[in-house]
Design a protein around this ligand. Sequence first.
Ligand SMILES: O=P(O)(O)O[C@H]1O[C@H](CO)[C@@H](O)[C@H]1O
Ligand code: HPA
Length: 407
Amino acid sequence: MTGYNSNGDVATSNGNHNNSNSNGTNGNSNGHSKPVEYTAQELHTKQLPKVGNFKMCSRDCCSKQGGANNKAGNSCLDKKGGGGHKEELVVPTPQSLLDNNNRIQCSLSPEEVRALRVLNEDTYPYEVIQEIADFIVKRAGIRPKIGIICGSGLGSLADIIQDAKVFEYEKIPNFPVSTVEGHAGKLVVGTLEGANVMAMQGRFHFYEGYPLAKCSMPVRVMKLCGVEYLFATNAAGGINPKFNVGDIMLMHDHVNMLGFAGNSPLQGPNDPRFGPRFPALVNSYNRDLINKAIEIGKTMGIESNIHVGVYSCLGGPTYETIAELKALRMMGVDAVGMSTVHEVITARHCDMKVFAFSLITNKCPIEYSDKKDEEANHEEVMAVAKNRQKACCELVSRLICEIQKGS
Ligand SMILES: O=P(O)(O)O[C@H]1O[C@H](CO)[C@@H](O)[C@H]1O
Ligand code: HPA
């Protein structure tokens, strides 16, 4: 296995991470050029290459180009050599990096190694998150105070932002990409009700294959951009039998099912620049904002559609079984989804104020039935979200207006 030790050095599974081969000399025994040398500091200071230019390389490919077995060193990994991918940044397969003694043999630059490391590691170093935040703030020209995460089909929450600067996730260095329908994959920065805001039109879910720390990494980006308030929204199934499709549940607590299974966005070494090792989560959902939202709901004439309740996040992408739904209800859960909790944990860890709500897009069945129309599906989720986007937008804008009045 290839990995990185705490110094940022490339290491192989046998723990050998020095830059010499079995003869104690540098590189080239298999045609790949000199092994990479870099310091941990270097890994954190260089501009990152664009992912779009990456091309995969395998040992076979190297062999064809005269790589692994070529004494002349004409590897496609060696950009100075006679390799086939000279013009491109090559992402090597792990095997192609190892010589016959299982030692790293390649000519990746420190920047390339760092980009690969960020791509492959579960957690993001503080410095990388700082770079992403700087990238956004510099181009947006403002420091946002409120961060919004748009739930499935609720991307219109970002469409009401004025003087918007839009960043596609793909064009933000080291940002993951959205893969779910109803999550456009854009970051929108601008103003709403006079407040500087940034909104994620598209969030990252565990079931997309991202580790939780990666799913909620944008919350840390928000923090380093200057965000003080996180507004997290989601589409969810209503478990509380009093909830109807189209209702809004203001989250006042959560049950972290992924946490029960030993998974947390805060797993791994803790960086105290973000927050403490053991953060408390009681009072995670700002009571003042919940009360204000209830008042706003009354003035909007939708008080009977507004509830306060407990959300639970499961890993997805399957919707829940009847037995799971019954268990969740017994645990006091009112609405269920596949997101938000890891974002809230990350936001509370770095001391952001949190407001979150679920749009109830479907009623979860609690009895076995053959009726197909009682089964949850993503098309229905998005259709309901589209129908209720006006109310959700109004709630969010008016709450931001209240925050602005108080500041
Ligand atoms: O939580 P959001 O992103 O709103 O999306 C919800 O809708 C999708 C399922 O229809 C899942 O991703 C679930 O989490
Ligand atoms: O019923 C649901 N279950 C899980 N996630 C969801 N997202 C929308 N509806 C649901």
